[in-house]
Every structure is written in C-alpha cells, then in structure tokens.
Design a protein around this ligand. Structure first.
Ligand SMILES: CC(C)(COP(=O)(O)OP(=O)(O)OC[C@H]1O[C@@H](n2cnc3c(N)ncnc32)[C@H](O)[C@@H]1OP(=O)(O)O)[C@@H](O)C(=O)NCCC(=O)NCCS
Length: 182
C-alpha cells in the first residue's frame, strides 16, 4: 500500500478496492453532490468502478486522487488530491486540478484544508508542477474558502454547463513569492 503524504492528523494513501464501502457512503449522499453537478451513486459497484478508474489514473497519469485516512481512528474520511484533467474545462486541458470530497460526518473539522495543503505540497515539491488549478461552484462557499486558504488565486467565473463556477490557480512563482510549499 503506497502512502503519498502524511499530515498531523491524516494519512494520504492510494485508494484501495477495500475502500468501497467508504466510497459508497461518500458518493451515495445527495448532500455531498449538492455542488458537483452530478448524481449520487445508487449501488456499491459504481463505487468499485470509480476506485478502479482512479487506480488506472495512478498508472497512466502518475497521479490521481488519494484516500484520506484519519490517523487516530484509521477511518476512511473520503478523498483529496490532484488529478490530471485531460478533457477541456474552461478552455484548459491537460491540467492538474486540486480536489476534495469527504463523508458528511467529517465536515467542519479542517480535514479538507489539511489534505489539500499536503496535496499542493506534493504537487510542487515531488511532481515539480508549474501550475495547479481548482474550481468550485460560485455558491460553494466552503470550497471557495479552502481554495483561497491554501493559496490559490481567483481568476474568473465561467459557466460549467449553466452553473456559474469560479476558477482558481496557483503557480510555482506564487509559491516562491508567498514562501509556501517550496
Ligand atoms: C467542501 C468540503 C470538502 C469541505 O470539507 P471540510 O473538511 O468541512 O472543510 P474545512 O473544514 O477544511 O474548511 C472549510 C472552510 O469553509 C468554511 N465554511 C464552511 N461552510 C461555509 C459556508 N456556508 N459559508 C462560509 N464559509 C464556510 C469553514 O468555516 C472553513 O473555513 P475556516 O477553517 O476558515 O473556518 C466538504 O463539505 C465536502 O466534501 N463537500 C462535498 C464535496 C464537495 O463539494 N467538494 C468540493 C467540490 S468543489
């Protein structure tokens, strides 16, 4: 089992087939999907397929979202991390996106911020990326707040289908200027 990063409270490791129940708890919750523009899953096989899809990304792209595990309890909290987005989004393609999605009972404890910080650190230090992007629906206050807290800059608002979505970015030069991550 590969561990990619560790924080004070969390382990960020590869998603495993055995995370299927946790992933189903996560993705079957309609509240989790409120700002995601898609529908909750309906059966655990869909969650198994997602895990397999992400594990393929590790091999093909060298990166994919990670499982977020609480050290104290060993609980699966959800996922966070970087993804290589190949398809066009807001006129960009083949870019690295920072994301996070946690099971509802674990919201409000700073876990998304903690895991996203470690993900950016990995992106700039280990993967040596030049730029990382993030996007959140304009009404998604919690996600916008996280992106800003971890150092991304708001660039513009675009329509994801018909939903206003805010586009954020952080560059290696921003990190040098702010003395973060590098
Ligand atoms: C978005 C999500 C990851 C946040 O997880 P979390 O662990 O609760 O986030 P954190 O505790 O690290 O940080 C959230 C921040 O937003 C703030 N916040 C939360 N709800 C807010 C609201 N309605 N208005 C303003 N700020 C809000 C919190 O106070 C916190 O900021 P603070 O630390 O400065 O107080 C979680 O709600 C989730 O998984 N949602 C479903 C999936 C999703 O929407 N993912 C993001 C897609 S863009």
């Amino acid at each position: 089992m590969k561990i990619f990063a560790e924080t004070e409270r969390l382990i960020l490791r590869e998603l495993l087939p055995s995370d299927d129940k946790g992933m189903f708890e996560l993705d079957s919750d309609k509240d989790v999907h409120k700002f995601l523009g898609n529908k909750p899953v309906e059966n655990i096989q869909q969650s198994r397929d997602v895990i397999e899809f992400v594990r393929q990304q590790y091999i093909i792209n060298g990166i994919g979202r990670w499982a977020v595990i609480e050290k104290k309890t060993n609980d699966f909290l959800g996922w966070a991390g970087l993804k290589l987005v190949k398809e066009e989004t807001n006129n960009h393609s083949n870019f690295f996106d920072i994301g996070y999605r946690l099971i509802k009972k674990h919201w409000g404890k700073g876990f998304a911020t903690e895991s996203a910080t470690a993900s950016l650190d990995y992106g700039f230090k280990i993967l040596q990326l030049e730029t990382i992007y993030g996007a959140a629906e304009s009404d998604h206050k919690a996600s916008r707040k996280i992106l800003e807290k971890i150092g991304l800059n708001y660039i513009e608002t675009y329509d994801r289908e018909t939903t206003p979505t805010d586009w954020f970015k952080i560059t290696r030069q921003n990190c040098i200027d702010k003395k973060i991550y590098l």
